[in-house]
Design a protein around this ligand. Structure first.
Ligand SMILES: Cc1ncc(C[n+]2csc(CCOP(=O)(O)OP(=O)(O)O)c2C)c(N)n1
Ligand SMILES: [Mg+2]
Length: 335
């Protein structure tokens, strides 16, 4: 990989990390309006996979979706605004972290339903196939989601129709507090691909070069009509399940061991050893990105909150919602 490409991937990972660090600060000060699940430790996956995608290629994401959203090109201020419940957010401040979608960049949305995005990706891939386009879809989901019925139904359907979809299982070893060894009786989730007659590959999800390369091969396969691919990215959730998780289900030693395999640290080691970057170069990059991220957060904080009159706007049945809300307000004596 050439130096510029690797630096782009590095910058993307750092941007995601800094976004998540700031999310934690915002949550600590009680400024966020809904649950926040951070992606710390898993950045190489979103960065390495989405680097192969254009805005016409779709992703479906998860409750831990900030990294996917950023790697797909989202606007950081709009993301922060959503987390802070501000009018300029992706859902006008009414959805929060788990409902961010960004159709302009091909992001079909985060999803609070574990495994909920996987069949949506199959539907999007069917649309691409029916339109005879050369695009593809990536569905991100966790090790926990791989035990949902939706995962199995989606893989089967994508296989029989040879749909252009890459299933990216982010195996971060935990579903909330349950270790994967207690929920899953196989070493590698990737072997499940075999039962659907598709390719399954185990990938070191903390190694940006491997993520990038294995995704490139998968893209070649799905776009050339060879059917879907399942990539199991082995990684580790370095932060709690959500902000506020006391993490009493794992030891500090375990977390510290994985910190040595931090994808950003590993990328920095490669950049220093093989591409002649100095520690100072890397510090400057990190500092500049941090400044940009904090500026986006500050701008979002200045945005107004949504108007109470808009509370029921954007609902599916607008007419019904308006009537309901107006009578509710009246009943409360707040009309
Ligand atoms: C259908 C459904 N079941 C249960 C939950 C509660 N829940 C939220 S996150 C989560 C764990 C998901 O684990 P995994 O798929 O491994 O994703 P990770 O959090 O590790 O990224 C669960 C069980 C949910 N949101 N949706
Ligand atoms: Mg998990």
């Amino acid at each position: 990989m050439n130096k510029e490409k690797l630096l782009d991937l590095y910058r993307m990972m750092v941007q995601i990390r800094e976004f998540e660090n700031e999310c934690i600060e915002l949550a600590k000060s009680n400024a966020t309006r809904a649950a926040v699940h951070t992606y710390i430790g898993e950045e190489a996956i979103a960065a390495g996979v989405c680097a192969h995608m254009s805005n016409q290629d779709y992703i479906t994401s998860t409750h831990r979706g900030h990294g996917h959203c950023i790697a797909k090109g989202a606007d950081l201020e709009k993301m922060f605004a959503e987390l802070l419940g501000r009018e300029g957010g992706y859902c006008k401040g009414k959805g929060g972290s788990m409902h961010i979608a960004d159709l302009a960049t091909g992001n079909l949305g985060a999803n609070g339903i574990v495994g909920g995005g996987i069949p949506l990706a199959v539907g999007a891939a069917l649309g691409i196939q029916l339109d005879n386009k050369k695009n593809f879809v990536v569905s991100f989901f966790g090790d926990g989601a791989a035990n949902e019925g939706s995962f199995h139904e989606a893989l089967n359907m994508a296989s029989i129709w040879s749909l252009p979809v890459i299933f990216v299982c982010e195996n971060n070893e935990y579903g909330i507090s349950t270790h994967v060894s207690k929920s899953t009786n196989i070493q590698n989730i990737a072997i499940r691909a075999m039962s659907y007659g598709i390719k399954g590959v185990v990938v070191d999800g903390n190694n940006i070069l491997e993520v990038y390369e294995e995704t490139r091969k998968a893209v070649d396969d799905v776009v050339s009509g060879q059917g879907p691919v399942l990539l199991e990215m082995k990684t580790y959730r370095m932060s709690g399940h959500y902000f506020g998780d006391n993490q009493n289900y794992r030891t500090k030693d375990e977390v510290n061991q994985w910190k040595e395999k931090d994808p950003i640290l590993r990328c920095e080691q490669i950049l220093q050893k093989e591409y002649d970057l100095t520690e100072e170069d890397l510090l400057t990059i990190r500092k500049n990105i941090r400044t940009e991220v904090l500026a986006a957060s500050e701008k979002a904080k200045l945005q107004p909150e949504p108007m109470i009159e808009d509370l029921t706007g954007d609902l599916f049945d607008q007419k019904f919602a308006d009537i309901e809300w107006k009578s509710f307000v009246k009943a409360q004596g707040k009309g």
